[in-house]
Design a binder for this molecule. Structure first.
Ligand code: PDD
Length: 285
């Protein structure tokens, strides 16, 4: 079955879905995005993802392309036209098409909206989670507003490629003080020696992950405690467990950091239990 993409008001065959060469997303990475999980053909945590999209847009003074109910309808329609059962839906909004000039285009320039959807291999992902993944660490080299989900992802692209070349699945950024900020496409967590869940507190230096926020409810329901504080690479390597969270990876156990095993080198019990219970706490619809 051929894929369908939504582009500025039209549903098009994927191969014909194009944006103008002077789209500011293409020229300046002047845009934002969201990735939302699709499970059982339904959207997972869409209201939270769309609220974050609204925040990213308003931080950058990009107009909303349409109302939230209309956008939700486009997401559902794109999922349905692509017959996605397990996968993801991708939303991108840019400042629109205008003659190349760094400053904002004239008032009234319509933002561009693209929505695509694709399948994820559910069985393969569960197998990866059962084995756990390796991460490498790299110096933080992104801009100072990574709380905005901008499509400007060049440092993240380079970090992921470095991870891949070293046989790892994710790269963790480390700030100048030696503390982990987050992954190139995920939030970073550990289970401390005293059994607490530790993750960096929200600020301009990490993306406020939706999976991270839902996980707080799962953690509470399991009677566990969270500490929102930074941790070093050494603490993570010596931790009981480590894991990453994102809409596409959910709770993914980390079993190696820069080549050193975490705990006994196998996925931890806590990460595995949090992954198992995640969708019971997510908003699915
Ligand atoms: N990435 N931090 C970064 C830098 C991310 O890119 C992501 C998500 C997260 C986790 O956020 P959430 O739980 O809302 O997915 C944290 C998406 C999946 C991506 O870029 O494909």
């Amino acid at each position: 079955m051929s894929r369908i993409a939504y582009v500025n008001g039209r549903y098009l065959p994927h191969g014909d879905a194009v944006v103008h060469i002077e789209d500011r997303g293409y020229q300046f990475a002047d845009g934002v995005y969201e990735v939302c999980e699709v499970r059982g053909a339904k959207l997972v945590d869409a209201p939270r993802h769309l609220a974050r999209l609204g925040r990213s847009l308003s931080e950058l003074k990009i107009a909303a392309p349409m109302s939230l109910p209309a956008l939700t309808a486009v997401l559902r329609e794109t999922v349905s036209r692509n017959r996605i059962v397990n996968g993801l839906v991708y939303i991108q909004v840019t400042r629109g098409v205008a003659r190349r000039d760094h400053a904002f285009p004239p008032q009234g320039t319509a933002p561009s909206l693209v929505v695509t959807a694709r399948r994820l291999d559910f069985v393969a992902n569960e197998k990866i989670a059962a084995d756990g993944v390796a991460v490498i660490t790299l110096p933080e080299d992104r801009w100072a507003r990574v709380d905005i989900k901008s499509v400007s992802l060049l440092p993240n692209v380079l970090a992921k490629q470095a991870a891949r070349e070293q046989g790892a699945r994710e790269a963790w950024y480390v700030d100048v003080a030696g503390y982990v900020t987050e992954g190139a496409a995920s939030n970073a967590w550990i289970v401390s020696r005293d059994g607490k869940l530790v993750t960096r507190k929200l600020g301009r230096d990490i993306l406020p992950g939706i999976t991270r926020s839902v996980l707080f409810d799962v953690i509470k329901a399991q009677g566990l405690q969270v500490e929102e504080r930074p941790f070093t690479v050494e603490e993570a390597q010596g931790a009981r467990e480590a894991f990453i969270t994102s809409a596409t990876q959910l709770v993914m156990p980390v079993v190696r950091i820069d080549g050193r095993p975490v705990g006994n080198g196998a996925p931890g019990l806590i990460a595995t239990a949090l992954r198992r219970d995640y969708h019971a706490h997510a908003a699915i619809g």
